[in-house]
Write a protein that binds this ligand. Structure first.
Ligand code: F6P
Length: 340
């Protein structure tokens, strides 16, 4: 078979591990793997390369994606779906493996259901970890490691200066990165989009810590968290999938805390740092399992589905099911509160 492979949406650290697995398992099964450039822009513009064992050699730990990515939405561009189908036919692609988050997987689902379908299999990849039906999306564990390392470093300076430091992390409308990094990094408050928060309550916690002799605090806030029910974004402009650029809640929170308490407060937005660098061992393993499983799904004709991992077992679920935002686990969130 000729299998098309693309990576779409926001990148992360473990994508290359998945690309390598698709290529190596594909070659093992006697298939040819065609890598499309820059997300859905690749099949639309007919930009691709043949991936060989040599082209994926040495990429296992490397962050980013050797194929490039973009937030191109073929369903928002005039004639793009037709162009994509023509190119896929011309190149002789039998099935697509699409690596990405809800936007990329949403397109994979749509093309699998066109009148003349383009059969597709999805691999969940997003640091946000908000894909329904899988315990992990690749990239998440590496992002948590970056954020935890930052929290460890910020702890020492916060303590020396007796400051409050507010750390903003990514995650869009889900608080997985905030929750996991917050627990691992010993945060004194973790604010997630799943629950609106009240700044005065956060201040109360900081004051209680002061009374108990702790003159510094680390607050982790997810970019999508809502002080008094309001999400903060850089302007109103949306991307091709309708998302605004979230960000700024950390700065807002830090300024408000300082204003209301007089405690010296700083903020830091970890931003795209969370998406870069060397992939964690766990991420590399899951990405490898996903890549291999995706090729096996193509061989079995299991299309319009996504590979998933549940309770340490690789499985598959319908793409449609995967597209609902998976909120943080309330049990873990409540457990975290024991520590602040
Ligand atoms: O979906 C992944 C993600 O990193 C989100 O956490 C974040 O809101 C968004 O992408 C940032 O996107 P961009 O790289 O386009 O600024």
């Amino acid at each position: 078979m000729r299998i098309g492979l693309l990576t779409g949406g926001g990148d992360s650290s473990a994508i290359n591990a998945a690309i390598r697995a698709v290529v190596r398992r594909g070659i093992e099964g006697g298939h040819e793997i065609i890598g499309f450039r820059n997300g859905w822009a690749g099949p639309i513009n007919g930009e691709y390369i043949k991936l060989t064992a040599e082209s994926v050699s040495g990429i296992l730990p490397r962050g980013g994606t050797i194929l490039g990515t973009s937030r191109t939405n073929p369903f928002k561009l005039n004639g793009a779906v037709e162009k994509m189908r023509d190119n896929i036919k011309k190149i002789g692609i039998d099935a697509m493996v699409c690596i990405g988050g809800d936007d990329t997987l949403g397109v994979a689902h749509k093309i699998s259901n066109l009148e003349e379908p383009i059969p597709a299999v999805g691999i969940p990849q997003t640091i946000d970890n908000d894909i329904n039906g899988t315990d992990y999306a690749i990239g998440f564990q590496s992002a948590v490691a970056v954020a935890t390392d930052a929290l460890d470093k910020l702890h020492t300076t916060a303590e020396s200066h007796q400051r409050i430091i507010v750390v903003e992390v990514m995650g869009r409308d889900a608080g997985h990165v905030a929750l996991y990094a917050g627990i691992a990094g010993g945060a004194d408050a973790i604010l997630v989009p799943e629950h609106d928060f009240n700044i005065d309550e956060v201040i109360e916690r900081i004051k209680k810590r002061r009374e108990a002799g702790k003159t510094f605090s680390i607050i982790v806030v997810a970019e999508g968290a809502k002080p008094e029910g309001r999400q903060i974004a850089y302007g109103e402009k949306t991307d091709a999938f309708g998302h605004v650029r979230l960000g700024g809640v950390g700065e807002y929170l830090a300024n408000t805390i300082e204003e209301k308490t007089g405690y010296e407060t700083r903020f830091m937005n970890l931003g795209h740092l969370q998406r870069g660098g060397i992939a964690s061992p766990f991420d590399r393993i899951v990405a490898t399992q996903f890549g291999v499983a995706a090729v096996e799904m193509v061989e079995k004709g299991e299309f319009d589905k996504m590979v998933a991992i549940r309770c340490n077992t690789v499985t598959s679920i319908p793409l449609e099911e995967a597209l609902k935002v998976r909120p943080v686990d309330e049990q873990i969130l409540n457990m975290a509160k024991i520590f602040y």
